[in-house]
Design a protein around this ligand. Sequence first.
Ligand code: TRP
Ligand code: ZN
Length: 884
Amino acid sequence: MREGQSKVILRADYQPPAYWIDTVELAFDLDPGKTRVLNRMKVRRNPDVTAQPLRLDGEELNLARVLVNGQGTSFKLEDSQLVLENLPEGHEPFDLEIFTTCAPAKNTKLMGLYVSNDSFFTQCEAEGFRRITYFLDRPDVMASYTVTLRADKARYPVLLSNGNLVEQGALEDGRHFAKWVDPFRKPSYLFALVAGQLVCREQRIAARNGKEHLLQVYVRPGDLDKTEHAMNSLMASVAWDEARFKLPLDLERFMIVATSDFNMGAMENKGLNIFNTKYVLANQATATDTDYSNIESVVGHEYFHNWTGNRVTCRDWFQLSLKEGLTVFRDQEFSQDLAGADSARAVKRIEDVRVLRTAQFPEDAGPMAHPVRPDQYLEINNFYTVTVYEKGAEVVRMMQTLVGREGFAKGMSLYFERHDGHAVTCDDFVQAIADANPESPLAQKLDQFKRWYSQAGTPRLKAAGHFDPVSGIYSLALSQSCAPTPGQAEKLPFVIPIALGLLDANGNELTTGMHVLTDATETLTFPGLTAAPVPSLLRGFSAPVVLDYLYTDTELLTLLAHDADPFNRWEAGQRLATQRALGHIRNESVAPADIRLDHAFIEAMRVILRSDKLDAAFKELVLTLPAETYIAEQLDVVDPQRIHAVREAMREQLAQALFSDWAWAFEAHSENGAYSPDAVSSGRRALAGLALTHLCLAARSSGDSVWPGKALQRFKDASNMTDRFNALAALVTSGHALAAQALQRFHAMFKDEALVLDKWFALQAGAPDRGGNILPVVKQLMNHADFTLRNPNRARSVIFSYCSGNPGAFHRADAAGYVYWSDRVIELDTVNPQVAARLARALDRWKKLAEPLRGAAREAIARVAAKPDLSNDVREVVSRALAD
Ligand code: TRP
Ligand code: ZN
C-alpha cells in the first residue's frame, strides 16, 4: 500500500498550525545510499490554538531517534505522520531533535533529496521537505534555517544551501563540511541543498544603494560556456525589479544551479534557485531562439519569486496563484519591457495569449477545471496548472488594467508594506491593490472582481453591433455567460475590462476606450457616426474570455489591414483562418486534398508577408495557422485526424499560392550577421524558418527537390541552432526523403548534448502522421540507446510530444495510441507520479472526441483507473476524467 492515501483536502478546512517552529538546525551526512539527517528544532505551542498533539509530516523516512529537550519521548507513527503527545505544557519553546535516514539514490520521484549525475539536489515544493525530515511541512510555518552539509570532498567538492556560507573546512576520511545560515525566515518548501562536482560563472554587481552582491550560476564541468545568457538574464532581472517595482535583491549571494533531472522548469528556493538545465544552458550552437527567450523568462520568474513568493508567501496551497499568477505576470512584463519596441511587446503578448488559449481554455472546459484559487485537491502537485499560473497572471493583469500601471505599482508597495515576512492569501493581495487605488473600478467592484478567483470556467463575451443611420447611433450589445464546471453549476457575472476601438470602413480609428462590463448584459452607444463602424474588441486581450462576435470577412480584413492594436490585427487573421478551417472540417463532403482557400484570404496573407512596415516576428505569427488544439476547442465533436488533415491542406495551399513570396521571405531574412537572440534577429530567423517549411511543403506536391535540397544545405551550413533546427524541421515536417539523412547527421553531431537530443526525439515523435507511421517511430525511439524513462526531459521529448503534442497521430482509429498512452501512464507512475499525472491529462478532453475514438479513450482511461496502487497524482486525474 502507498502511504497517506486518498484524503481530499478542502480549502474551507484551513486551520492555523497548533505549533510554531522558530528555528531549524539541519546536519546532513550525504551518502547516495543512506543519508543521515539530524534535525534540531525550537518548537512552541501556538497560543491561538487549543492544545493538541504535534503531528509532523514525513514520507519514506527511517526514524532513528526522537528527543524532546534532550530526553527520549513516546511517539506514534500514523498515516505518514509522527505524532507526539507528551510535550511540555505552556507556551515556552522546547527543543525537538529528530534523527532520520533516507535513500537519495533510490528517489526516482525527484521530490525531496535525490541524486542526479552523482550530485545531490533537493526539490521541496510543494510537499517534498517531508521526504527529508519530519516537519510541519506547510507554507505558513516559517523558520530560520542553519544547515551543515558533510560529504566526501573529492566526490562532492561543492556544498550549497540557502543563505550565507559561514564556515567550511576539512573533516576526517577525506570528508569536508560547509555551514550555511539563511538570514530570512522561510517556509520549508523553500529549503534547498546541492552537493556535487559543479563549476560556476560568477558576477559581482552593485545595487542602487551601493551594496555588493555575488551572483553565481552553477553547472556541470563542461557546461560553463553555456551560462552567459542565464547570467545576463539574471542581471537584467535584478535591474528590472529595482526599476519597475523598487524591489531590491535582499541577499549577499544569489545562486542558480542547473540539473538535468527535474520535474518542472525551475524552483525559487531562497538564494539557491534550482533549474532544469533546459532553462539555463544555451549557446548558439545548441540552443534555439525559443530556448533563449524561455531562459530569460524562467530566470526572471524564479528571481521575481524572491519577493512575490518568498518575502511574502502563501498561507496554504490553495493560495498558490498568489505567488504563481503574480510572478508569471511579472515575468511577462519583464520580457515585454526587455523586448523594447511596441511591436515586439505585442509579439510577446500574442505568444502568451496563445498559450492561454491552447492550454488553459481547454483545461477550464475539461474535467480538471478549477478556479484560480482551487477549493479542493487530492494531490497538490496536480494544481501547478495553466489555470493557476497563466489565468492567474491574466487576473493580475486585469487588476493592472483597472488601476493603471502606476496604481498597480502603488498597490504592490502597499502589499509589501502590509505583508512582508508573512504567509497570506489571494484576498490579501487584491485588497492591497484596491486599497491603494480607492477610486478605481477595481475598488468599487472588489467583491465581484474576486469571482475571478472563485469561479472556474472561461466566460463567453457576446457582442452584437447595430447602426441606426437615422440617429447616427451605433449600439453595441454586450452579454456575458459562463458554462458550468465540475462542482459549480451557477456562475455569477464577472468584472470584464473591455479595451475597444471603432474603425471606419477604411480602417481609420474613430474612437477608442475602455469599458468595464459588470452586468450580465449591457448596451453601449456611440453617437455621431455616419456609417456602421468596425468594432475592435478586447484589444490586447484585455480579459481572459472567449469573444463571440459574428465578424464578416470584410470586417476582419479591415482589422487585419488597419487596426491600431497589433494584437487584434493578429487576432483578425486568426479568425479568418479559423472560420475557414471550421468550415472545411464540418463539410465532410470535401476531402482535405480538394480544399480550396479563397482569393481574399490568400491575398490578405500575401500583403502581410510582403509588408514593408511590419516586423518579421509579427508576420510569422500572422502566417502561422491556429493550432490544432485551438481549432478543436471551437468544435463540439472532435475528429483530430480530420482537423490535422484540413490544417495541413490549408498549409500546403498557402505554400503553393504564396510560393514566390515565401522564396522572397526566406532569402530576404536569411542573413542576420553575428548571432544574437534579440527580438529583431530572432523574428527574422522565425520568418525564414516558416518560409522554408512552406517551400518544402510546396515541393511535396510538385515533386520538385530544389527547396528540400536548399533546406539540407541550410541544415549543414547553419551557424546557429535556430537555423539548423528549422531546416531539419522543414525536411521532417514535409516528409521529404532527405529528412532521414539529416536526422542521422544531427544525432551524430549532438550525441553528447542531452538537451539537443531531446529536440531530436521530440521532432520525430511530433512529426505529421503519414499513414499511421508515427506510433511505430515512437516505439522505436523508446528502444533507442539514448532513451530513458527516468529522465523527465527525455520522457517528455518522446511520450508527451506524441500523446499531447501530436493529436493527428495520437488519436488513431485503431486506438493503439490510447493503449500506448495507458501503458506509459502506468509505467511512469511507478517511477515518477508527478510526471505520470501530467501525461495522464493528455486525454482530458476525451468526451469531445467523435466515436469510435470517444469509447476507445474512455476504455483506456478506465484501464488506468482500474490499476490498484495508483499514486494520488494519477488517481485524481483519471477519476476526474471518468466522473460525469
Ligand atoms: N515554484 C516553481 C515555479 O517557479 C514550480 C515548481 C518547480 C514545482 N518544481 C516543482 C512545483 C515541483 C511542484 C513540484 O513555478
Ligand atoms: Zn513560479
